[in-house]
Design a protein around this ligand. Sequence first.
Ligand SMILES: [Mg+2]
Length: 209
Amino acid sequence: MIKAIIFDLDNCLSAADESSRQLLEPVFTAVRESNHGTLSDGILERAFDDCWRDSFDVVAQRHGFSRAMLEAGWNAAAHAEVTTPLQGYPDLGALRELRGKLFLVTSGFRRLQESKISALRIAELFTEVHVDAIDEENRRGKQRIFADILASHGLSPDEVLVVGDNPNSEIEAGNRLGITTVQILRPGVTRGNNAAYYIDELAELALLI
Ligand SMILES: [Mg+2]
C-alpha cells in the first residue's frame, strides 16, 4: 500500500520556464561573456536549453564549460529568483485528492527553488519540502534525501512513489532505493526507459495508489 509520494518540482508540478524565459537570461549572459571561444554558439544554445531541464552543475559538466564560465553562470544563478505568482500545471488540484503524505524534493539553487515554491503557494500541501541545494556545502543529493525521508517516517520503499520528469535525477535515485518510480510526461519531456510507470497527468496517480 502506498503511504507517501515524493514529488519533483520543475517540469513536474510547474514548468521551469513558467515565470518567463527571462528568468535565466542573466545566467546565460554571464556564461556567454566568459566563453571566450571555448564553446561554439550552437553548443552554448543547446546548453542553455538544457538549463530548463537539468540543474546548472549537470549542464556545465555535460557541455564542457570552462571554470570561468561555470563560476560566472553560478554566481548569476545563485541570485536568480521568481518574484511574480506562479500557477503551476493546471492539474495541481489533484494533489489535494491524494491520500497519504506528500513530499517535495527539488534540486537547484536554494534561492531560486524556494522562490518558485513560495510563488506557487503549494508548501502547505506537503508534509516536508526539501531543497537539494547545489550551492551549499554538504549537499545530500536526491537519493540521500529520499532515504532520509523513508527512515524518518518509518516508510519502506514499497510504500512510496517517486514522481518526476527526469530519468537521470529523481527516477534514477528512486530506482536505486527500490522505490516505485513514475515519470510524468509534461510537454517537452522525453520519455525515458527506467521508470516503472508513465503518466501524463497527476490525476492518474490515483490509479497507482
Ligand atoms: Mg524536474
